[in-house]
Design a binder for this molecule. Sequence first.
Ligand SMILES: NC(=O)c1ccc[n+]([C@@H]2O[C@H](COP(=O)([O-])OP(=O)(O)OC[C@H]3O[C@@H](n4cnc5c(N)ncnc54)[C@H](OP(=O)(O)O)[C@@H]3O)[C@@H](O)[C@H]2O)c1
Length: 304
Amino acid sequence: MRQLNLKDGLNISEFSLGCMNLPLDDKNEMEKIIQFALESGITHFDTADLYQFGKNEQELGKILNVFRSTYDFTIATKGGNEFDQKTQEKIGWNPTPKHIKSAIKDSMHRLGVDHIDLYQLHGGTIEDNKDETISAFDDLKQEGLITSYGISSIRLNVIDYYLRHSDMSTIMMQFNPLDNRPLEVSNSLKEDVAILARGPVMKGALSSSWRSVIEEKFPDGFLDYSCEDLKGSLERLSEVEDDLTALSYAFLRYNEAAIVNGVSSLKQLESNIESYNKMPDLSQEEYKAVLDAVKIIKYEEHRA
Ligand SMILES: NC(=O)c1ccc[n+]([C@@H]2O[C@H](COP(=O)([O-])OP(=O)(O)OC[C@H]3O[C@@H](n4cnc5c(N)ncnc54)[C@H](OP(=O)(O)O)[C@@H]3O)[C@@H](O)[C@H]2O)c1
């Protein structure tokens, strides 16, 4: 497994486990997934306080802590949303320093840790008092509570502000050959900021089960694609590389993005790791063939 060396001395595996869709109610399966991830060389786990209103952090923390003496790994979580854990309701967006500084303590408590490796702002709008939020993240870093920070955003105006005014190390965005909107960010990114690509298998559309996934999850298409367009693009992508998951990972590696892949079963992770291990290094020609097989899409909103 390749390692990526990010800012602030943060080292993560090129393939991180996205924990949002883990089967929290099946403890046995969840343990097997985490153990297999660690055995496969995955050293980075991505969660958020909002996932299952705190339960994701809680269950993930319990399992990871069992493995702490055997494996070195890093945890990323996210904050900025207020929610009620008891009633399982989202209350609203709150990026104020007061909320961020109390939310991270709650996250650390649920995860059973006294330090967060990567703390990410879970969204953000251009109307936020961004300087105030940035100073809260800088304080957390200075206090030694976090190693590094980033944002999870697909708003170009917000990303641009944080790139110019903060010391962030990562931007999490949905990124894969079909949703290639982040290309415009990755092509102009500062060297010390990395894209963490969520949605690398596009909910299974970039996997061997793509035909059934398209019918079930994308009957009305997706972004600029109709369902028929998606089928056409996926067929063309399969001609470049039969294993669509491996092709998506290779596309992300070509763009120097980290892969943050979610799974809901051990079988999916086993299959994804098999694809990771056989991903080709794309030549310029193969990369061009990938772009020729899909639509090149731009973000329409939140640009200025
Ligand atoms: N705004 C944010 O910050 C944000 C938003 C979303 C996600 N994330 C993070 O990014 C991670 C990844 O995002 P994601 O879960 O949306 O994207 P993803 O990794 O592309 O999709 C995960 C889903 O794809 C399906 N899948 C995975 N491997 C498969 C395989 N081999 N064959 C068939 N289907 C497969 C599963 O769906 P089924 O469970 O339906 O089978 C799985 O739950 C999340 O876990 C989370 O940590 C962050």
